[in-house]
Write a protein that binds this ligand. Sequence first.
Ligand code: TYM
Length: 345
Amino acid sequence: MAAVAERVFSGVQPTGNLHLGNYLGAIKRFVELQERFDCIYCVVDLHAITVWQEPEELKRHTREVTAAFIACGIDPKKHIVFNQSQVSGHAELAWIFNCVARMGWLNRMTQFKEKAGKDRENVSVGLFAYPDLMAADILLYRATHVPVGEDQKQHLELTRDIAQKFNTDFGPSLSGLGFGEGYFPLTEPVIAGPATRVMSLRDGSKKMSKSDASDFSRINLTDDAEAIAGKVRRAKTDPEPLPSEEAGLKERPEADNLVGIYAALLDGTKQSVLDQFGGGQFSTFKGALVDLAVEKLSPIAGEMKRLMADVSAIDAILADGADRARVIADKTIADVKDIVGMVRR
Ligand code: TYM
């Protein structure tokens, strides 16, 4: 395989209600990885429209995710922040991947099955082909590392399968063009830490989600201190005191979730949290969790509000990021067209 530089890519959908799961599972990781890698962070508006979005809301949410990235500590000057639809290479490469991926592969995607439910005949074609577009996002930049929450693991496995099949199918063409044995890297998922799957505060068996009807199920990044306190205090727990050992969190999904959230907010481990709170009642622990969550999240909410007051500054960041992303993307698209055998000028 030709040597490919290490690069991070990840994306977040502008579908509203960015929550603590998005932050701990993804955006906080994005911030950390900036130290070690060149990073590209994308607001994936093409993915968002696989389900209906009100046009004005889509714009607002796109800017809101951008504001969240920056408020959380992503540096759009050193790295690249942009929205997907401004770089046409995403859609172009996705089409080519639609012709590489097999129906059977996409039929196995659990997220599609969950989202489509019993209404498969009525969902958009885009929702079915969603993982091909995601593979295109990543491979357009030949990214090597992708930080995501646990729920995206299967999509990243598919991305590797697509890269592998492309490299194999076009093997002779690749060597003829001097690309060596492989053009696309086999991307590594970065799924790490104590909160890769943050659960609903109302039901420890359900993922914390933007689309949950109950706002009490999640802590939104825009929640103020009062809202955070109310939601944590009402979070579902069980009647037992907290265990002293991590093994004691098994079969106690709500306790496990709150301890994981605390650990992730503090950059610690679940065991370090239990060393402090094990044997105690939930009421004490919840009080400490409220304080910690408010301390960590309030500055983010404040900064998001400040940034959202100047829409043209946000749009300028996205335009500048898109210009820089396009330089990389255009090169990949030109290479891919040569590899596939498309005549170009
Ligand atoms: P999205 O917008 O649903 O979520 C953004 C990121 O947040 C993570 N996440 C969670 N992590 C922990 N606990 C949770 N409850 C939780 N809920 C969400 C997601 O895993 C994700 O990392 N398909 C992607 C967007 C995407 C993308 C990409 C990601 C499009 N192209 C390319 C990586 C690379 C999605 O729907 O994320």
